[in-house]
Write a protein that binds this ligand. Structure first.
Ligand code: ATP
Length: 511
């Protein structure tokens, strides 16, 4: 897709989310707060459905995974032991003129080389076509400076790789002028707070930047419940907080977000690569099961030289968002690092005793970690579609439809009386709504022409619409009495079904 088309798609999704009540900017009445989002009436349903599907498939349907809900604020020593206090940093760079702040690894630059001579520098913020953008800027610079000769292809590097003598020469992405960027420095992304009445060093605590440490800190407690045997996992869903330098791309990178993480503990002698592959496949299949387009998914293996010393391997499941291919789900093989660190720092051994072999060891772990918000965005991008549908007069018009998987669609079925001024129709439609309500999320709508009501539901991804008409009341004879029109969102096909069959028909389709 061309860049303008993808930007347009993103704009359409953001605007639909706001208009229809999926996602709003937090505190918008005060001008908003960067990196924080609110989920509106349909957004909360979507998120809840994503969470519920994950919890059901990850915990309830398995014998080897148990759940946990640990506190958001934990003992600060947790974050010292995990390495977050010392090392949970991103490289930050400031523009002294614009006062804007960037992540240094998201600022790309290149020398403009003409006939072997450096004629200046160009820079741009990370994007899918960074090399193309820098090349165009290099050509413009050459033209502006009226330099003759052959321009060499640009070699983009990120700003963390800038040499000290290059830093003053790289233009700020904010102003386009060189000389205002500071050297990159480490910025810790944890949000600090104080616990208790004192506001001194001893009271400092952190909002968790990930849920994972809850599983490690409670490893012994879960083990002692006697419910688990290696291999087993502990799963948790909950809010995490990161003071991201540049929150951006809508809900993709925010400062408050929700994670779904699972720590899968295996024997130190087990084949970690086999389990790693197992969980990558599981995660990929799960994404597809909730409606993420398989064709937009790919895998990225972190190069060995960029892994932390304890890491055996990390693979990210990537999704092609409109703003580029980005990490959706990380699956990391972390060895015994986390448990060993907590054992060392707390003095409590994190040892598993294998009854069968009488062997004691520190388990190793595979960690699939994903953000609910990134999944929500991926399903919205996968589902957004514009097609052609006939209007009231039979003329084709553009229809916006969210082809959300019925498992996660906020509303499963909408119920309409054909006309709102016919009490018998209204009464019957409300009875159908009440019949379905205990089993699925239903929405009753009587406002406007029936075609318009269908369109409104298409736009928010409701997979089924049920219309109660005069046939339902038996006006055309007893054979159609107590039947309704069931319309399917994607095919727009309509069929006549008995009211008494509705629950049995719909339930398997939405589960
Ligand atoms: P990134 O490189 O994009 O910053 P990360 O590698 O730091 O992500 P992890 O620490 O592995 O991310 O977190 C696990 C998952 O949590 C990510 O795969 C992503 O789905 C989600 N996540 C992480 N940071 C954010 C954020 N700021 N906003 C929304 N989701 C996030």
């Amino acid at each position: 897709m061309a860049e303008s088309q993808t930007a347009e798609l993103m704009d359409k999704i953001v605007s639909l989310c706001k208009r229809k009540g999926f996602i709003f900017q937090s505190s918008e009445i005060y001008g908003g707060i960067n990196g924080f989002w609110d989920y509106g009436p349909l957004g909360v349903e979507l998120r809840k459905n994503i969470r519920d599907c994950w919890w059901n498939d990850m915990v309830r349907q398995r014998d080897d995974v148990v759940g946990l809900e640990s506190s958001i604020i934990m003992h600060p020593k947790v974050w010292e032991a995990s390495g977050h206090v010392g090392g949970f940093t991103d490289p930050m760079v400031d523009c002294k003129v614009s006062k804007q702040r960037f992540r240094a690894d998201q600022v790309f630059f290149a020398p403009v080389v003409v006939d072997g001579q450096v004629a200046g520098y160009v820079s741009a913020l990370e994007s899918e076509r960074i090399a193309g953008e820098l090349q165009e800027k290099a050509e413009t610079l050459k033209r502006k400076k009226a330099i003759q000769g052959k321009l060499e292809p640009v070699q983009p590097r990120d700003f963390t790789e800038a040499k000290p003598d290059e830093i003053p020469l790289v233009p700020s992405p904010a102003t386009g002028e060189p000389g205002s960027l500071t050297p990159p420095r480490a910025f810790n992304m944890m949000f600090e707070t104080y616990v208790g009445a004192l506001r001194d060093e001893s009271a400092v605590a952190y909002l968790r930047p990930e849920t994972a440490q809850g599983m490690f800190a409670d490893f012994k407690a879960v083990l002692d419940t006697g419910r688990v045997k290696i291999p087993f996992g502990i799963a948790q869903i909950g809010k995490s907080f990161r003071n991201e330098i540049t929150p951006r791309n809508f809900i993709f990178r925010s400062r408050e977000f929700e994670q779904m993480e699972m720590e899968y503990f295996i024997s130190d002698e087990d084949d970690w690569a086999k389990w790693h592959r197992y969980w990558i496949d599981w995660c990929r299949n799960w994404l597809i099961s909730v409606g993420v387009s398989a064709s937009e998914l790919s895998e990225y293996d972190h190069p060995k030289e960029k892994l932390a010393f304890y890491s055996k391997g990390t693979t990210d499941i990537m999704f092609r968002y409109p703003f580029g291919v980005q990490e959706l789900w990380g699956i990391a093989a972390r060895g015994d690092y986390d448990l060993s660190q907590h054992a060392k720092a707390s003095g409590i051994p994190m040892i598993y005793f294998d009854e069968a072999t009488k062997r004691r060891y520190t388990p190793h772990v595979i960690e699939p970690a994903v953000g609910v918000d990134r999944i929500a965005l991926a399903v919205l991008c996968s589902a957004y579609c514009e097609d052609q549908a006939p209007d009231e007069k039979g003329n084709l018009e553009t229809r916006v439809v969210l082809r959300l998987h019925p498992r996660i669609a906020p509303i499963k079925a909408a119920v309409f009386p054909l006309l709102k001024n016919k009490p018998a129709l209204v009464e019957k439609a409300k009875a159908v709504r009440d019949l379905l309500r205990p089993y699925l999320t239903v929405f009753y709508d009587e406002a406007g022409a029936i075609g318009r009501r269908y369109r409104r539901q298409d736009e928010v991804g409701t997979p089924f619409c049920i219309t109660i008409d005069f046939d339902t009341l038996g006006e055309k004879g007893p054979e159609l009495q107590d039947t309704v029109t069931l319309r399917e969102r994607d095919s727009m096909k309509q069929e006549r079904v008995k009211i008494s069959d509705l629950v049995g028909l719909l339930l398997p389709k939405i589960r």
